[in-house]
Ligand binder design. Structure first.
Ligand code: 26V
Length: 838
């Protein structure tokens, strides 16, 4: 995908919209008027000065009013696209949208930052302080959810006719607090003060059933009679473009009971019984499950997935019928995209709707489904691939199970023809796992990834290496059956939020030297290449970084009471806590450095501040232990007078989008140190590099493409590569050999094992130490020596600030490819265009 192809795609979409830009002065006047009216509503009769919360809510509802005019115009334009439109309307189904705050983005998109700054100033408040009062919409776990949010921004920006579809969780990702160095979880009550952005759509509601049975009609057709009926109601969230008046939609479903209260129970005085079914319906919207939660609630999770899928597809069909009056062209006019397997019931539900409710025949319904559906895989971890117990699906969704069986039967028949006698292949690729082996309790399960692949015309991974490994490992059989189905689309992030808004000072420097076009076409960053040796430009980069570091240092002091030196190297690792991401390797390096400083305090140390942030899934014991170790090590290191500001380790609690927006612009060094072959892509890596941090990273995920884009000499690459990882594992990996031959590593492990960071408690970290010395599945021991040596190279370069600054400029210059706009343009070309259907 070249930059000119991207332009062509933008131009093509824009030509189908008929909106005229209003003069900016008119917009300003409108915002002022709406803001005044909203503020009056918020304040009611009160004569007190409005609080920051009040100002934030009033501003949000004013922006919402302005944007809803654009929203209506966008919808009207899209509805008139007709038969010949070059792109299909995209329906992006995702259980997660990690939107973060919306007000700053909205005013940037409307170009009304200054108008609002003045309006707040008139009330005695500063813009950033008011923006900070907005609660993050944290409806996602991590990378997958934030990617979906970046995509919505690009949908709007590129003018792509589209809907994001999700669930309106009442409590998002849990709030993380730290008590005695340990993570404690609390509900994230993000709607407590209301949400001015939501547009409830009471007229858009669809029935969703669960349980019951399937009845056969005399004509041979089959119908589902659910035992329980719910209603899913739409609540819309508007996402503005920044360089046009397009607005895209995130439609989130809210479940409620279809029936009123049980009147008999009510009259008996049994209020709990009278409302039981209402509570059960609402429970669907209570929480976002952490992706790897293993405990009960799985049934509720399945209901969530089914509700998302059913309501979204009914909405799609209703719209399609309104626009075209027939279902025969549904697959040619609509793309249904599965963000991982979570919405993988979609093909089964679409088949059910087409067959049972609209009377289509199997073959046509299946052709439509295959044309419409596509699937992105986001992880190779086998334990993260969803499999639902057959019994659970049968109990909740009996008709869907029948359809899944039928899909499987036909698929198996096709295979029998193409690969006669290959029973092993058939059992490997079957949608049904007959015996899940260890841990499955011998029950039969539906493999959701297989359903997603069989029902899709396109399947993609999220970075080049990941897409390669995907077809070599977990989906190798499928790649043999349908090689043309598998593609790569490397992730990207929106430069509006992750550069323009989070780093306004760097944005201003870029504007000065390369113009403002990078906001719309990130490949313009390449113009910086020729400026990397310009001392003035480098100085400006370093100056901006220094200012951002001061801001972060102030936050660290406020949150943790730890004073860190803004002139030290800020070394940052922020992401979900997972063993494969190897936060533990980072901590081992901190311990090694601590020991070396204590042994030789006079050496020429490059002062470092190591920042870690991230949440551990509540049931993930090892991840929680890693958080605790970070705190224990931090406490010892930070209070040791021999160390001073040569080394600090801080853990910032409650990581989320907004915290990332403050931390990333302040980072000198970005830690992307997953075991090669485990991180599908990473997107934080892109955000850091775009903001002028250098990366220390393994040859994994999108790190590889970033290194290639910016020049591998501009990244600190270390560690085993995927081929070596596989070779060593095949030969029999023994982590102890690495420990035995490395005195430094021995001392580090000993310090943890003997309780040096846990007040003599040798039991606390035994599970971690045992795992490192036992199987060490993520090969920390094998990569330790190279990691530490590479950190020494980092130190050396940092001492030469001019050389470091030059590299920082080159990192930014190389990031033009990693815009979500480019990613979406590629999806359009390869996955969502009419052309991709062949
Ligand atoms: C879940 C689990 C659960 C069990 C333990 C191992 C494991 C590993 C990963 C996951 C997350 C699966 C989905 C996900 O969030 N993937 C992330 O998607 C991002 C966007 O494509 C990508 O940048 C990240 O590399 C990928 O981890």
């Amino acid at each position: 995908m070249t930059a000119s192809a991207l332009h062509a795609i933008k131009a093509r979409f824009k030509s189908v919209t008929t909106m005229n830009d209003k003069p900016q002065s008119e917009m300003q006047a409108q915002l002022q008027a709406q803001f005044k009216a909203a503020l009056q509503r918020e304040l009611s009769q009160s004569t007190q000065a409005p609080s920051r919360e009040t100002l934030m809510r009033a501003a949000a509802s004013a922006c919402r009013e302005l944007l809803s005019q654009r929203w209506a115009a966008t919808q009207a334009a899209d509805a008139q696209r007709g038969e010949q439109a070059p792109v299909r309307r995209v329906h992006y189904l995702s259980m997660e949208f990690l939107m973060g705050r919306a007000l700053g983005n909205a005013i940037a998109a409307l170009g009304l930052d200054e108008t609002l700054r003045e309006a707040f100033a008139a009330q005695g408040q500063a813009l950033p302080d008011v923006l900070e009062r907005e609660h993050d919409a944290a409806l996602g776990n991590g990378g997958l959810g934030r990617l979906a949010a970046c995509f919505l921004d690009s949908f709007a920006e590129l003018g792509l006719p589209s809907f994001g579809y999700g669930l309106r969780y009442e409590y998002g990702m849990f709030a993380q607090a730290i008590q005695d160095g340990r993570q404690v979880e609390a509900p994230d009550d993000w709607l407590a003060l209301g949400n001015a952005w939501e547009v409830p759509r009471p007229e858009l509601r669809y029935p969703v059933g669960f349980g019951g049975r399937v009845v056969a009609e005399a004509d041979g057709s089959r119908h589902w009679q659910p035992a329980e009926q719910l209603l899913a109601q739409a609540v819309d969230f508007i996402v503005p473009a920044h360089h046009s008046e397009r607005v895209s939609t995130l439609r989130q479903w809210q479940a409620s009971a279809a029936k009123p209260i049980d009147f008999n129970a009510f009259c008996r005085g049994d209020y709990a019984a009278a409302a039981q079914h209402r509570v059960a319906a609402q429970a669907i919207n209570w929480v976002l499950y952490p992706d790897d939660s293993t405990d009960a609630g799985r049934e509720l999770r399945l209901k969530q997935e089914a509700l998302l899928v059913s309501a979204s597809l009914q909405d799609l069909i209703a719209r399609h019928l309104r626009e075209f009056g027939t279902l025969h062209n549904l697959g040619k006019r609509n793309a249904i995209h599965l963000n991982d397997t979570h919405p993988a019931l979609a093909p089964a539900e679409l088949m059910r709707l087409l067959l049972d409710q609209h009377g289509l025949q199997w073959d046509e319904a299946w052709a439509i489904t295959r044309d419409a559906v596509s699937y992105t895989n986001h992880t190779l971890m086998p334990e993260a691939l969803e499999k639902w117990p057959l019994q659970m699906i049968e109990a909740l969704l009996p008709r869907h199970l029948e359809i899944i069986f039928e899909i499987n039967q036909r698929f198996m028949d096709e295979l029998r023809q193409r690969f006669p006698g290959d029973e092993a292949l058939m059992s490997r690729v079957s949608l049904i796992e007959e015996d899940g082996g260890y841990g499955s309790g011998g029950e039969r399960r539906v493999r959701m990834a297989h359903l997603a692949i069989v029902a899709s015309h396109r399947v993609n991974g999220v970075a080049a290496l990941h897409s390669e490994l995907m077809v070599q490992t977990i989906f190798a059989d499928y790649a043999r059956i349908w090689p043309e189905r598998f593609h790569n689309v490397t992730n990207g992030v929106t430069p509006r939020r992750w550069l323009q808004q989070c780093n306004p000072q760097l944005a201003a420097v870029l504007d000065r030297h390369i113009g403002q076009g990078w906001r719309q076409d990130l490949s313009e960053l390449a113009k910086l290449k020729g400026l990397a040796k310009d001392a003035a430009v480098v100085q400006q980069f370093l100056g901006v970084k220094r200012a951002n570091k001061e801001r972060l240092a102030a936050l660290i002091r406020r949150e943790l009471g730890v004073a860190v030196n803004p002139d030290s190297l800020f070394d940052v690792q922020i992401k979900r806590i997972h063993e494969y991401k190897r936060q533990l390797l980072n901590i081992l390096h901190v311990i090694a450095r601590y020991q070396a400083i204590v042994a030789n305090p006079q050496a020429n140390w490059t002062p470092r501040t190591v920042v870690i942030a991230g949440k551990a899934a509540s049931a993930y014991f090892m991840a929680k232990l890693i958080i605790q170790l970070a705190h224990d090590v931090g406490r010892v290191v930070n209070s040791d007078p021999r160390v001073g500001d040569k080394l600090k380790l801080v853990f910032l609690p409650n990581y989320g989008v907004s915290l990332a927006e403050t931390i990333i612009p302040a980072a000198d060094l970005s830690e992307q140190i997953s075991t090669a072959g485990t991180e599908a892509s990473g997107t934080g890596n892109m955000k850091f590099a775009m903001n002028g941090a250098l990366t220390i990273g393994t040859w994994d995920g999108a790190n590889i493409e970033m290194a290639e884009a910016m020049g591998v000499e501009n990244m600190f690459v270390f560690g085993l590569r995927t081929d070596a990882v596989a070779r060593i594992k095949a030969l029999g990996y023994d982590p102890r050999l690495h420990v035995e031959e490395n005195k430094q590593l021995q001392a580090v492990i000993d310090a943890i094992a003997t309780g040096q960071f846990s007040a003599g408690d040798t039991a606390r970290y035994r599970p971690l130490v045992d795992k490192l010395l036992g199987s060490d599945p993520y090969m920390l021991m094998a990569d330790f020596a190279d990691y530490v040596a590479t950190q020494a190279r980092v130190d050396a370069l940092y001492q030469d600030q001019a050389a470091w600054g030059e590299r920082a400029v080159l990192n930014v210059a190389g990031m033009g490819w990693f815009s979500a706009d480019r990613t979406i343009a590629e999806y359009v070309e390869r996955v969502w265009s009419v052309k991709s259907l062949g």
